[in-house]
Design a protein around this ligand. Sequence first.
Ligand SMILES: C[S@@+](CC[C@H](N)C(=O)[O-])C[C@H]1O[C@@H](n2cnc3c(N)ncnc32)[C@H](O)[C@@H]1O
Length: 480
Amino acid sequence: MNAAGQSHPHWQALLAWLNTHGMNTSPEAMLVQAKSSPGAGHGLFALRSVEPATEILSIPSSALLNSATLSPCYPRARRLLSATQLISLHLFLYRPTGSQASTDPLFGPYISVLPREFDSHPLTWMLNSQNEHNDVGRALLITLPISVMCNLRKLADRFKADWRIVQQYLKDTIFEHPISEVAEPVLESLQSKLPGCQEDYLWAWLNVNTRCLYHRLEQSPSDQNNLTLCPILDFANHTTRSNNMSPQRLMADKTAAPPKMFERDFTILSPSSIPIRQGDELYLNYGAHSNRTLFVDYGFVNHVPKDIFLRGEAHGESDVQSAIERLFEARGDLGTWMKEVLKSERYWGDWTLHMQPSPAHPSYRLITALRLYHLFPTSAKKVPLDAEAALLPWRDTLSGAAEKVSEKNEESWRNTLLQLCSTLAEDAATKIVSSDISAEPDQTKCQWLPWMKKNIHMLWEEEFYVAKEVANSIHNGEEF
Ligand SMILES: C[S@@+](CC[C@H](N)C(=O)[O-])C[C@H]1O[C@@H](n2cnc3c(N)ncnc32)[C@H](O)[C@@H]1O
């Protein structure tokens, strides 16, 4: 159980607003409350004991912030904007100033309880790098593992693409009251190229990226627009234990049906097998994400005790894409040709090492790439005339016709992987003890800094133990 702290300052206004949407928010009816949760901002806490699999909350569909509730105010949005772009546009237009409430006549009391800033989020460090208040973020960025930086760049690219589309939409659209009141001044700021605009949109976009939940709104269950912001429930922090709440899933979630059917309340159930006691924190499980993904997308990591790593029981993962890319780059024309072969077979990139399930192992994608890498002598830099024919034994491993290319090929790629793991582990060990991480940006400037240093430390520890364990597996002759 987490020690709950102060109630959220805008909590009562949020309840009053939800009440206007038909939700019973009387003290007798409410089972949960948002309070500060040490190390995680705010969290959701039980006001009384709750039996397993009990309905905890049902948020009326009209109070959900999603493409269904916003589209009526945004001309052509259904056609031109994704749900992420539309929801973040709305938050952007109604971002609260300082500690004031949001002026949005539709969702103001909800927008007012969202986090006011994302200074501790790594995407803020990367995108607000020109901001004079971002020196701590800049210092932390250079301490991150390369694999984390790669994922962060991809996230930044997604953000920039969304921001471009939203700006174009703002320029091309004539809004009606009340959106016109906020869109017009924003357009002027955009035309004057004021830097604050991108910062405000980043705040909005990070709210969407860190708080949206899957909610079936579209015909296809896998439509990317099946997401919503859900008041109260979005205060729930992440857990990997089995004490998580779960959204009530209806049969209709899995079938194709007319979209209107899905415009319904969001109902959440207490953990299926564990009773909740008064004061307990209530969690969601955000998904089986690696720490790298949690860090890049949500700005935190799961802290895994060292003994769990040492016993090889952690779900550790390490992304080795940039190291492997360098291997292929060093092979000249032949490396470029092999890259194209891997791309055409959809095996380029996404190469990872895993601790679980035991024994620690490289991903099949990585093995496949390394088998190709060793199909020709490592000194070869030119594409041989019979290259296509030489590919046949490798293609046989893809189709399942053969388990391996040859004994020699197996030995070669395992040796390369062993060397790679040694380099990764050495590098991580240096970073764990080096002054890079403990180097002092001014601690007094931001309270989250010691916590964030621990997160980054955790990322390096995971790199270290995963590389070590995969090396052990190779030493022990494990078959993958
Ligand atoms: C859906 S929100 C949860 C509510 C949020 N804590 C707040 O203060 O409003 C997701 C964000 O909460 C934080 N968070 C969630 N689970 C966490 C955890 N287990 N440890 C630390 N921070 C967590 C991260 O900042 C994440 O981006």
